[in-house]
Write a protein of this length. Structure first.
Length: 624
């Protein structure tokens, strides 16, 4: 059968049939993969391609942004569930659609303007704050850009800015809306108020024995103990092993001699510079230097702008020319040296002399460093020996004494509570030990617990205290306190409801306050964020701003007390206030319009996705 098909394929009729088969499958959409989008194209907007390289770079940048916020890079499945691939594709599609429109209108940016943008970008500045070619190359390499790609991206960004400025330059919100925003953000209110708290009430009656017993029965889960396990625990880590290692004085002295230069403090100098970017400025400083005039006098005379470079060690100055001249300069004069943007005058205003460390000053740090290094060298061997002793059922105290370790006896809960006092336990190790401890069986040897790459724990389970219901005698004080707190809160809420009802009924605010032995206070003008104290908080201000003059009510503050208030004055926002809020709203409205325009532009051009190429990229892409 197969031989017949092969023979047919070699004939003219067979070749015609194969061609018809390809054309037939193309009518069902397969041409989109074979003839339309190549394997290096993730998507196409109109006639412009989004390459796999563009997508991967943007996708990795999005993953890295997520990692900076959460502390970890999401898995491909997590990234897809968060919609990250779709967000990246929509953004790239929008940028591509805008780039096509900009090219249609002949928008662009000149080479000289691109060069100026690069020189002004702080990402490429060197130690002296000016453009540094080495920094430029390094940043591009770290970001995965070639120079051509970077300049093309900058040109596209410039086109987008020109389009945005052209379409939205004259857009503004209606004046009425701006006034409402200004009033909302800038209005203030003055209130009469007093505070009702627990101290405003008489103490509730003491609960009876029957009430205590009934309350405990109904709320036993709140007073039930948790299971705890008593265990002896031993930790092996470089630090715990180092604590038992003795370092000789000879070794300390030898290490001090070896690292003496590294332990000396370097000389530091406070450096200033003036960029001599005009002929007049350059002539003034050159003539002043020749005449022996001071740097400060020339700055005062010319009005030159002084750049403070800070107090730096020679190794901290990235520009080798500046480092050489500044650290050879006599503080009584200044120097003129070449720079990227022209010549510059440098001046040293202060010198911090370097110091030489002594053996006595560095003995303890050297001892700790050597002990830690020796502990790291020994750790694998010690780990194997401990496991052998554990297999021989040797008790933990005996093993600990042999290797200079310590054993702690602690009561541990399933959450790891009780392990806080073990200093050698690394971060995150408490839950690992607790999980292993609660999986252990009394009377059986428990395996060691790996706590990361550099620490291990061993334990012997000594006793188990099961969770149980507590008797009233054990928790009497806690039950009394709980009942008292609930009764006090209920009585206070009832009193507040009564007070608010009296105010709503038209009673005078001051009379109501005096009847409760309270004296009303007049607040400062309150904004919507309150006055910044724990009394007149944002929550209180929200209640205050829900009505105008004469509005009264109550709200709980940060102390848990109730603020009873009445609005006595409303001060409208002054003209021109809340400018930041108004500007923010104006910008948000423009951004929303721009986003809608870009979305429509992308949809009109048509966004087609090469699903196979996208799937392959998502399977391999990771944040960098």
């Amino acid at each position: 059968m197969l031989d017949s098909l092969r023979n047919l394929g070699r004939t003219f009729i067979g070749k015609v049939l194969v061609a018809l088969l390809i054309l037939g499958t193309a009518s069902f959409g397969i041409s989109n993969v074979i003839f339309d989008l190549g394997g290096n194209t993730v998507a196409r907007v109109g006639d412009a391609d989004i390459s796999a390289r563009e997508f991967q770079r943007s996708y990795n940048a999005q993953l890295n942004q997520y990692a900076q916020q959460t502390g970890r890079v999401p898995t491909p499945a997590e990234a897809e569930s968060l919609g990250i691939p779709s967000v990246v594709l929509m953004r790239l599609g929008a940028d591509t659609a805008l780039a096509r429109l900009g090219q249609t209108y002949g928008l662009g940016v000149s080479d000289s303007r691109l060069g100026q943008m690069v020189r002004q970008d702080p990402s490429f500045a060197g130690a002296v704050g000016q453009f540094d070619r080495a920094s430029f190359v390094r940043v591009l390499q770290q970001s995965g850009f070639t120079e051509a790609e970077y300049f093309e991206l900058q040109a596209q960004a410039a086109r987008r800015q020109q389009l945005s400025a052209a379409f939205l330059a004259d857009y503004s919100l209606p004046e009425t809306a701006m006034q409402l925003v200004g009033r909302y953000a800038g209005d203030t209110r003055t209130i009469d108020y007093f505070v009702l708290g627990d101290e405003s009430l008489l103490p509730p009656a003491e609960p009876t024995e029957e009430e205590l017993a009934a309350y405990l029965t109904e709320n036993q889960s709140r007073f039930r103990t948790v299971e705890t396990r008593t265990a002896q625990i031993m930790i092996l880590s470089p630090q715990s092993l180092a604590d038992g290692i003795d370092i000789t004085e000879e070794a300390i002295a030898a290490e001090f001699e070896r690292t003496r230069d590294q332990r000396a403090a370097s000389e530091r100098r406070t450096i200033q510079q003036v960029v001599l970017n005009t002929d007049a400025l350059r002539s003034a400083f050159e003539e002043g230097l020749a005449a022996g005039r001071s740097f400060d006098d020339l700055v005062d005379e010319t009005g030159a702008s002084v750049i403070e470079l800070g107090t730096l060690a020679r190794s901290e100055v990235a520009d080798p020319n500046l480092a050489r001249e500044a650290f050879a300069l006599d503080p009584s004069t200044f120097a003129i040296i070449p720079g990227i943007g022209g010549r510059r005058a440098i001046n040293v205003t202060a010198i911090e002399s370097g110091s030489t460390a002594t053996l006595d000053e560095t003995r303890d740090p050297i001892r700790q460093s050597l002990a830690l290094a020796e502990a790291r060298r020994q750790q694998t061997q010690v780990l194997d020996q401990i496991e052998e002793f554990r297999a021989a059922l040797r008790p933990l105290p005996e093993i600990a004494e042999r290797f200079g370790l310590t054993v702690e006896t602690v009561d541990v809960s399933a959450t790891g509570a009780g392990l806080e006092g073990i200093e050698e336990l690394p971060a995150g190790g408490s839950q690992l030990v607790a999980t292993a401890l609660f999986a252990a069986v009394e009377g059986r040897l428990a395996p060691g617990v790996a706590l990361g790459s550099n620490a291990h724990a061993w334990f012997d389970l000594e006793a188990i205290e099961p969770a149980r219901d507590q008797t009233l005698d054990e928790v009497r004080d806690a039950v009394v306190a709980a009942i008292t707190a609930e009764r006090t809160a209920a009585a206070l809420a009832e009193q507040v409801d009564t007070v608010v009802a009296r105010l709503d009924g038209g009673e005078d605010f001051a009379n109501v306050a005096i009847s409760l032995n309270q004296f009303p206070e007049l607040s400062p003008p309150l904004g919507r964020n309150g006055d910044g104290s724990a009394v007149l908080t944002t929550e209180v201000a929200e209640a205050v701003f829900s009505g105008g003059i004469g509005h009264s009510g109550a709200a709980r503050n940060a102390n848990g007390d109730y603020v009873i208030f009445k609005v006595v004055d409303v001060v409208p926002a002054p003209e021109g206030s809340a400018e930041r809020v108004r500007d923010f709203l104006q910008t948000s409205a423009r951004n929303a319009l721009y986003a809608e325009f870009v979305s429509g532009l992308r949809d009109t051009a048509g966004l087609r996705i090469n699903q196979q190429a996208l799937t392959n990229l998502l399977a391999t892409a990771t944040g960098n």
